[in-house]
Design a protein around this ligand. Structure first.
Ligand code: 0X9
Ligand code: ZN
Length: 422
């Protein structure tokens, strides 16, 4: 009898997923600091620390202009970390005192949610996909599903094409390549909804004059993992052949200046691990193949990220060189930033090349599209905020962030068209 009870319990636990795998990662008393770093030596001290995964996690890499870097520190490491800062004369500002509290707060609104899909909470992959199915079924005349390919874990990477008439120029939006940047898929679904339902003349014009190719969740495995197991997960989920650390930074895995100029890492444990070869991640490989196939169907490529409030353009691999149309790229960037700053929120976006305004990043999707598919207009949007909440942007900020996206996008597309790119 007792044996039977034990068996029944085991079955129940296994089907509840409790025995199958590790519990959810917790971040009790993990802190996030914004450091101000004055020299190369200080930077190398911090970067060495960051290799101790689990104890440290870089939230935002070193930005040469502001001299700042955001880093999460585990409670066990705190005193060692503080001593190290003191010893090396590195100044710091505490941004988040307890990451787990922020994560818990983020979930609170979820329970208060009405039940229908909206933009006051963050949704899991399954819910986003169900919503996408509903949208496709509701607007069959103007929407169509497309499939980018399969992820490492076998999920389908899905997109939606919105087209009101034939012959429109195309715009491609890739979102949530970094798993923990949840605001990106929330913004992508909001944007899709606006294109289909808004009654505002400007938005109607935007929706109906272009063909929109939108992938709301690109890094499907990572995104699922960030919901189910580890809120702070960034990379893909493909295990490494010889190292226990899992995944690569999909946004360092594209074959454009891959692993050059310290714009990525060859350490599988780094958050910016480039992968063993370009396209080693099935997701990146699939996107390359898909974009190559439809390259004549789009002229503008936009990648959604968070956080930091930037509109970034090529190049990511160097700040010694700029694209030949960089003046136009900046003019468009200014239109985007000005439009957002004009809203009552007064949110400030910086714009310019990735390597110039942020840091060197190689093998990114936008740079690959720009360099290899020869698309002249490609941007990375880094949404709110500047580090107060970082990746855990409170759900009440989803809609304000999306309003900023819309005015920014209207201005960006208008300027891009005015300059003859669309
Ligand atoms: O480092 C990145 O991949 C992006 N920042 S994030 O904090 N979201 O990880 C910036 C990517 C810049 N994009 C291009 N160079 N195209
Ligand atoms: Zn990102």
């Amino acid at each position: 009898m007792r044996l039977l009870w034990l068996l029944a319990t085991l079955v129940a636990l296994t089907s509840a997923g409790i025995l199958k795998d590790a519990p959810k990662e917790r971040y009790d008393n993990f802190r996030v600091y914004k450091l101000t770093i004055q020299n190369q030596f200080q930077l190398s001290v911090i970067e060495k620390l960051a290799e101790l995964t689990k104890k440290y996690n870089i939230w935002k890499e070193f930005d040469e202009h502001t001299k700042q870097l955001d880093i999460m520190v585990s409670p066990e490491e705190l005193s060692r970390f503080q001593n190290l800062l003191m010893f090396n004369n590195i100044s710091s500002e505490l941004m988040i005192e307890n990451v787990q509290e922020r994560i818990d707060e983020e979930q609170v609104t979820a329970t208060a949610d009405s039940g229908t899909f909206g933009w006051t909470k963050y949704y899991e992959l399954e819910e986003i996909e169900a919503w996408l199915d509903e949208v496709l079924a509701t607007y069959p005349a103007v929407t169509e599903e497309f499939i980018v390919g399969k992820s490492y874990e076998g999920r389908t990477i899905r997109g939606i094409k919105i087209s009101y008439k034939t012959g429109n120029p195309g715009i491609f939006i890739e979102s949530n390549i970094h798993a923990r940047e949840w605001i990106t898929s929330a913004s992508a679904t909001w944007f899709i909804n606006q294109l289909l339902t808004s009654k505002e003349a400007e938005v109607r014009n935007l929706a109906e004059s272009y063909d929109w190719h939108i992938v709301p969740v690109f890094n499907v495995d990572g995104f699922e993992h960030s919901h189910k197991k580890d809120r702070m997960w960034r990379k893909t989920r493909q295990p490494h052949a010889t190292n226990a650390c899992i995944g690569a930074d999909a946004n360092r895995n594209f074959d454009s200046h891959w692993l050059e100029n310290n714009g990525a890492s060859n350490n599988p444990c780094s958050e910016t691990f480039a992968g063993d070869t370009p396209g080693s991640e099935p997701e990146a490989k699939a996107l390359v193949e898909y974009l190559t196939k439809i390259k004549d169907q789009f002229s503008v490529y936009i990648s959604f990220h968070s956080y930091g409030q930037y509109l970034l353009s090529p190049y990511g691999h160097t700040k010694e060189e700029f694209p030949e149309n960089y003046d136009d790229i900046l003019t468009i960037g200014k239109a985007f930033a000005d439009a957002i700053e004009g809203l009552p929120y007064g949110t400030v976006y910086q714009y310019g090349s990735t390597a110039d305004v942020l840091y060197v990043a190689t093998g990114t999707s936008v740079d690959w599209v720009f360099n290899e598919l020869d698309k002249k207009i490609g941007y990375t949007i880094e949404y709110r905020d500047k580090g107060r909440y970082g990746f855990i942007l409170p759900p009440v900020q989803i809609i304000p962030n999306c309003e900023e996206l819309m005015v920014g996008m209207l201005a960006l597309i208008e300027k891009t068209k005015e300059l003859g790119y669309l």
